[in-house]
Design a protein around this ligand. Structure first.
Ligand SMILES: Nc1ncnc2c1ncn2[C@@H]1O[C@H](COP(=O)(O)OP(=O)(O)O)[C@@H](O)[C@H]1O
Ligand SMILES: [Mg+2]
Length: 206
């Protein structure tokens, strides 16, 4: 499978549905180890993305990703806006010039997104942030040769669940010190929804 402009639009429309459906849950997670706004932030930003994408005429997947990045940066607010904005902007640059986007190029895009968000947030693996979902997903893509929906969901879900046992050392959750242990990271959960949405697009494309 290769990712077309339409596939990439569907990806974000599906991700938006998940952000809306789980808005309260994401906010509840952020209530435990943050300031109770992650669901509100993500639902607002992705709704803007979903409103905009179908109204534009995109020439490339790179252009879709760039527009997603810009919209998230300006509308999400909180830490998550610039972080997700960075991810999709880096991906946009990495896949520029290849349409539709093949597996290797997409994998490279995910990796560039991960590198970018680690720099932006000064976070590494094991700090209880969305990096803890993106890093294993990038590893999973690098090991594969083609898009795999079921294993993608499994990888992202396990990674999200594993954030429960980590003590936070970045972002607002770090203020909770050892009390952050035992709670799933909100940003890792919104990242899981993004990969779950991608898996649905992959299934439809097969
Ligand atoms: N420095 C960082 N690097 C990477 N991810 C981070 C960082 N700080 C926070 N995050 C992610 O952002 C999420 C919180 O987002 P959100 O609640 O929207 O913003 P805020 O923390 O400003 O309220 C966290 O659950 C975590 O996954
Ligand atoms: Mg918050």
């Amino acid at each position: 499978m290769k990712l077309t402009v339409n596939n990439s639009i569907q990806w974000f429309l599906k991700a938006n549905e998940k952000m809306q459906e789980n808005k309260e849950y994401l906010t509840l997670l952020d209530k435990k180890i943050g300031d109770s706004d992650h669901g509100i932030n993500m639902a607002r930003g992705f709704q803007e993305v979903a409103n905009k994408l179908p109204t534009q005429d995109y020439a490339s997947v790179s252009d879709v990703l760039k527009d997603v990045a810009m919209t998230l940066m300006s509308k999400v607010g909180g830490a998550a806006g610039p972080l997700y904005g960075t991810i999709f902007l880096k991906m946009s640059t990495a896949v520029k010039g290849t349409d539709p986007v093949d597996y290797q190029t997409f994998t490279n895009g995910l990796e560039e997104g991960l590198v970018g968000v680690k720099q932006r947030g000064k976070a590494d693996v094991g700090e209880k942030t969305l990096v803890d979902v993106w890093a294993p997903v990038v590893d999973f893509f690098k090991q594969g040769v083609d898009f795999q929906a079921d294993q993608l969901v499994e990888t992202a879900e396990n990674a999200m669940d594993n954030t429960k046992d980590i003590q936070a050392s970045k972002g607002r959750a770090a203020y909770f010190k050892e009390k952050s242990i035992g709670h799933i990271d909100p940003g890792s959960t919104s990242s899981f929804y993004i990969f779950e949405a991608l898996a649905e697009v992959i299934r439809e494309g097969e």
